[in-house]
Design a protein around this ligand. Structure first.
Ligand code: KIV
Length: 271
């Protein structure tokens, strides 16, 4: 069901209407103009300029090294390619954890310099003051709970989170606190499907899952993963819609052969 397909611009209110009407929200990451243009033209609801750019675009092992200016560079490129989707920009590690004043100035810098429509922060009660302060400035905030990759050195691994009752209880109260503070949506990453479905049911705002099952209000994937560009990342939750790694490899190899053999360019391909 896609009743909001003809909406010209997706806003946070449109996303709330989607949840209210039982229409699932589609979300993908995007980091550059060309890809964002294709994703937006396909009709996606939300493009997340994820700090996963640190991994997929820059080759870092974690999301920690990417800077605020690098996120703004990616986000401004995405914004130039988007007409319809809501653009959410990840606040990178170190840009909001210090204190709420620093968080607000980072969020304002993102909004001013990238043209993005909203920001996303990882964490619950420990970042609530920052979330509230950013919201007070009129900047829409998306929460992110469960596996929060900026805390990878605290967790130690990327395994499923909140399997134990105490962590699950904490996640539910964090989600409720974020909703109460005024977040327009929350991403739940890599948690049991039953827990994610419970959060989606108990909260009124949209809950977007990645590795969180089908009982939530929408799904997000990293675009390079769902296109199968990266053939070394194969978690259970990932559905690959293409095998671009193989297709790209084949194209590059054919090009190299054609250049080496002198077959490219031919008469029609020259002036
Ligand atoms: O940075 C990112 O790509 C994300 C998604 C995994 C939700 O935060």
């Amino acid at each position: 069901m896609s009743v909001h397909k003809n909406v010209k611009k997706v806003t946070t209110h449109v996303l709330q209407n989607m949840k209210n009407d039982g229409e699932k929200i589609s979300m993908l990451t995007g980091y550059d103009y060309t890809m964002a243009r294709i994703i937006d033209s396909a009709g996606i609801d939300v493009i997340l300029v994820g700090d996963s750019a640190s991994n997929v675009m820059a080759g870092h092992e974690t999301t920690l090294p990417i800077t605020l200016d690098q996120m703004i560079y990616h986000a401004s490129s995405v914004v130039r390619g988007v007409e319809r989707a809501l653009v959410v920009v990840d606040m990178p590690f170190g840009s909001y954890q210090g204190n709420s004043k620093e968080a607000l100035s980072s969020a304002i810098k993102i909004m001013k310099e990238s043209g993005g429509h909203s920001v996303k922060l990882e964490g619950g009660q420990e970042i609530l003051e920052s979330v509230t302060r950013i919201l007070t400035a009129g900047i829409p905030v998306m929460g992110h709970l469960g596996l929060t990759p900026q805390s990878i050195y605290k967790f130690g691994t990327y395994v499923v989170r909140a399997k134990e009752e105490d962590e699950a209880d904490r996640l539910i109260s964090d989600a409720k606190a974020l909703e109460e503070a005024g977040c327009f949506a929350i991403v739940l990453e890599k948690i049991p499907a039953d827990l994610a479905a419970r959060v989606a049911k108990e909260l009124t705002i949209p809950i977007i899952g990645i590795g969180a099952g089908n009982g939530v209000d929408g799904q997000v994937l990293v675009v390079h993963d769902m296109l199968g560009i990266n053939n070394e990342f194969n978690p259970r939750f990932l559905r690959k819609y293409n095998n671009l790694h193989e297709e790209m490899m084949g194209s590059f190899q054919r090009y190299i052969e054609d250049v080496k053999s002198g077959d490219f360019p031919n008469r029609e391909e020259q002036y």
